[in-house]
Ligand binder design. Structure first.
Ligand SMILES: [Zn+2]
Length: 207
């Protein structure tokens, strides 16, 4: 899918010259899929986060709530292909296209394109103020007692629900626990990425 960009009317000719396309039905400019280098469009992107390309995936898992002890669902947004920002490099492009699987936690900016789906299907996954900083962050909460289920436990060891391929139950990336969603455009998020070859086998299983 193409990437939506926010081009002021006064800059429309410049955007067009760089290869952006106006989609009349959606009333937006987009970077078409065949353009790999999106750096020329940087100033019209929402910020320095991640842009997730098709297929849009949701990893599903569950855990025992640390407070009420009931089994409660968890999700994380996932990608096979996405753009990330390389802010330090003076040699590489700023927006690097990454073509191996990853999932995202600690999201502080969620593309509005995802909000209706999250609200309807995964209401336990929501925006809450972080304990220490008060910054609004997307977290999994217990379906029964609404307590935040911390991502440290969810992701950081092989026995945890998002522990990836080494997880004995392989709960995260099994096909039945990987949902593909349909969106009109690629989406933008700001958060933390978990990536690497470690997760690849699990993504293969999902095919
Ligand atoms: Zn609970």
């Amino acid at each position: 899918m193409s990437i939506k960009i926010n081009v002021p009317f006064s800059q429309k000719d410049e955007a067009k010259q760089k290869g952006a396309i106006w989609m009349n039905d959606a009333k937006t400019w987009v970077i078409p899929d065949y353009i790999e280098n999106i750096d020329p469009f940087d100033r019209w992107l929402p910020g320095d986060g991640f842009i997730v390309k098709d297929p849009y995936l949701i990893c599903k898992s569950s855990r025992q709530c640390w407070k009420c002890q009931k089994e409660t669902p968890l999700i994380a947004l996932a990608a096979r292909t996405y753009y990330t920002c390389d802010l330090a490099s003076e040699i590489n492009l700023k927006w690097q296209k990454i073509k191996y699987p990853a999932f995202f936690i600690g999201i502080r900016y969620m593309d509005p394109i995802l909000l209706p789906l999250l609200k309807e299907k995964y209401p336990f996954y929501r925006e809450m103020p972080a304990k220490k900083t008060g910054i609004l962050t997307w977290v999994n909460t217990c379906r029964y007692c609404q307590t935040i289920q911390g991502d440290d436990y969810n992701t950081n060891n092989s026995g945890s629900p998002f522990g990836g391929y080494q997880n004995e139950k392989k709960t995260l990336f099994r096909g039945k626990n990987m949902e593909q969603i349909q969106l009109r455009f690629d989406y933008y998020i700001d958060g933390v990425v978990f990536e690497g070859i470690y997760y690849w086998d699990g993504f293969s299983e999902a095919e």
